[in-house]
Design a protein around this ligand. Structure first.
Ligand code: GLY
Length: 359
């Protein structure tokens, strides 16, 4: 078993990575939730038939009373309505302040269940049991939980750290190629922003089957980078921005496809290519980085280009959460393996992007 500790003072938690870990979820949860009697396991309609029974059996064997709550799969479940439904189900189950929530699924389930845990009864403990690449390497670690509002994604949320993150890499075997690739964009991102050697390793793995041979180490490397970034900047006011490499332009692509045509990872993949192009144009990113990123993305069936109207690009940059005082922190690479946020005037950034757009 691989183990990482996110040592936030007073809210320390472990990330455990092991094949077959779902079947020992109970004993690991018991160790971090000694007082809890009940656990509400939130999952979705895709994951429930695959893994819910195994998790419930393991939790019950460890002495917990368990209620499984499945929401419809998909982003539309990250809503106020579904949050209200979870509150109702949790309270109907008799959940108390000393009890806990477990999130079994991908990013949507983790964000929604985590936000319910952060707010029900003014906050209860929760455990993340991520089952997709994206949720294992990104959303289950770091405590960002949220729902979407009609005005935009993730606009109501909290920083609420889990008590434990349990990753069973065998869950990834049931993912479609599209959803596997979706998460690989974030994996490649970690190589770009903090680990050039890891980037080259991903290149050598050559695709899904190659990377699955080393999946425990891959998850460990990504979570270790995320852990270090979160420890340095839990509240996302500085360094944590580097996790958004490729995301500013990526949001334009998500918007262009109405959040339906492209997955988040696909949009981030093409966004990273743009960020590398921009960095090379500004003389900040070492030459050849864009080409190397494209080569790796292609091996994981990720797009290097997504069509998008210029107006949509302008709109997305204007909506970017990293915007402040007329400026924006755009994450650029210095080379493969190192990223830094660069403060730019929105106007200057749009001017540079427009030149690339027209070029
Ligand atoms: N997914 C970006 C972050 O956790 O900050």
């Amino acid at each position: 078993m691989k183990k990482l500790t996110v040592a936030l003072p007073g809210r320390e938690y472990d990330i455990l990575i092991q094949k077959g870990l779902l079947d020992s979820a109970g004993e690991h949860c018991r160790a971090v939730l000694p007082r809890a009697r009940r656990i509400a396991v939130v999952t979705d309609s895709n994951v429930a038939p695959l893994y819910l029974d195994r998790v419930i059996n393991s939790l019950e064997a460890a002495g917990f009373a368990v209620k499984g709550i499945a929401v419809p799969a998909g982003e539309s479940s990250k809503s106020m309505e579904m949050l209200g439904y979870l509150y109702q189900e949790m309270l109907g189950f008799g959940l108390a302040r000393t009890d806990a929530v477990a999130a079994l699924g991908g990013g949507v389930v983790g964000d929604l269940a985590g936000f319910a845990a952060a707010t029900v009864l003014r906050g209860v403990d929760y455990v993340q049991i991520p089952t997709t690449v994206l949720s294992q390497v990104d959303s289950s670690v770091g405590g960002k939980v949220a729902i979407d509002l009609p005005a935009g994604k993730n606009l109501a949320g909290a920083f609420w750290q889990p008590k434990l993150v349990l990753m069973d890499p065998e869950c990834l075997n049931t993912l479609s190629d599209k959803i596997f690739s979706d998460g690989m964009a974030e994996v490649i991102k970690y190589g770009c922003i903090r680990d050039g050697e890891f980037f080259r390793f991903l290149d050598q793995c050559g695709g899904r089957s190659g990377v699955m041979e080393y999946i425990e180490q891959v998850l460990y490397t990504c979570c270790d980078i995320k852990r270090q970034v979160v420890l340095a900047d839990e509240r996302d006011t500085g360094l944590r921005m580097i996790l958004n490499f490729g995301h500013t332009v990526g949001h334009a692509f998500e918007l262009a496809g109405h959040y339906e045509d492209w997955t988040h990872g696909q949009a981030v993949a093409a966004g990273m290519v743009w960020a590398a192009r921009l960095g090379e144009k500004l003389g900040i990113t070492s030459a050849g980085s864009q080409q190397a990123i494209c080569a790796v993305l292609e091996k994981y069936s990720l797009p290097t280009h997504i069509p998008c109207e210029w107006d949509t690009m302008v709109q997305a940059v204007g909506l970017d959460k990293k915007r402040a005082d007329g400026g924006i922190s755009f994450v650029l690479l210095t080379g493969l393996g190192w990223a830094e946020p660069k403060k730019m005037e929105t106007k200057q950034l749009l001017g540079e992007l427009q030149q690339l757009y027209e070029g």
